[in-house]
Design a protein around this ligand. Sequence first.
Ligand code: SF4
Length: 448
Amino acid sequence: MPLTGIEIFKLLAKTNCKECGFPTCLAFAMSLATGKVELSACPYVSEEAKVKLQEASAPPIRPVTIGVSDRALKIGGETVMFRHEKRFENPPGFAILISDTMEESEINARLERFGQLQYERVGLTLRPELVAVKCDSGDTGKFETLVSKVKQTNNCSIILMSNNPDTLAAGLKICADQKPLIYAVTKDNLDRVADLAKVNSCPVAVKASNVEELVQLTTKLTEAGVKDIVLDSGSRTIRQAFEDQIIIRSSALTKKFRPLGFPTIVFPCEMTSDPLKEAVIASMFVAKYGSIIVLSDFQGESLFPLLVARMNIYTDPQRPLATTEGIYEIGSPDENSPVLITTNFSLTYFIVSGEVENSKVPSWLLVKDTEGLSVMTAWAAGKFVADAIAPFVKKCGIADKVKHRELIIPGHAAAESGGLEEELSGWKIRVGPRDGAHIPAYLKAWRS
Ligand code: SF4
């Protein structure tokens, strides 16, 4: 049973030193009990207490890793029901389904799409992570051939799908070194598949016909020594699958019910034959609370919105995406090129740099650290005002890179132009557009 806040408090140093970010040890203990903080935040926990607190400090939903190296997918580890309470920790992985009954050309096309459909956005690469290799043929040889092909042709994490433990064992012989997810343990094969998971040190999915059966199966699995588990409640209707996700998450977090404290796998591909409806169902599970989302196929028009939705939901709401402060060269600028300045909110940076690039006018873009705030917000918060901008311009080294002394500031910071001319002696401040879309025309006019 997890420890209560008071029980945890008794094991702490009780110095109220505040180094953990909490005003008292009791406040820290209460937050630790609800999974909102990690034990490592307190540097004064004795080794003996650490052992006792292990249960209390473990995330209520166990983190599970599928795959190896930089393409490994970590799921689970969630501590809150709602993103605004803290943040969601590990984004769900998207899997494309490939069956051993598909034509060779279809398999090749799917693998090609898996590799090609990736997108750059606000400095991040958005891409799917998993290939679900399914044995529908009942032919272990065909399954092995497909597993080998997927392993060789794609840098992906793998889900091995079969009802037959012998078929799963054959697949594992080929790709166990890639730490695939074994799908699935059922009530009929639990011992055999649990052994496969233990011998190969691979995570395993457990498929039940309802949540109650899931509890029985995960209890048996954990007693058998299998820890890395992914849950499939077996529901294939939208309403029931949605309800199951809520019940599983809520039981794990609010009741600290360990048998359901694992990430989940969901199958929109088995809930509809309409690709767009499938994408809508998948988007529901991005928000609530799928950890692996298996799609029947990937198409750009449905995958891209899902990847963006995932990125947005799994961005820490307390920490805006930020770009590193510094001087950015766009299009090989020289000593006569214009100098612009903006804030380090990533979306602002990528919009501004994109429009500067569109202008085809090589430019220097100064990015001022405003703790990830956009221009207007940073200006209102006093982080993008003359007193803050001028020291940065002086120390960043742009004066050594250009002969002229003209600085283009965003239109939304126009009120700072006078102050900047006072602070930056010898510089002429020009007020640029308010809207990024007007930057190309502005820069072309600047050049002429
Ligand atoms: Fe107490 Fe540890 Fe926090 Fe200090 S860092 S206040 S000892 S919980």
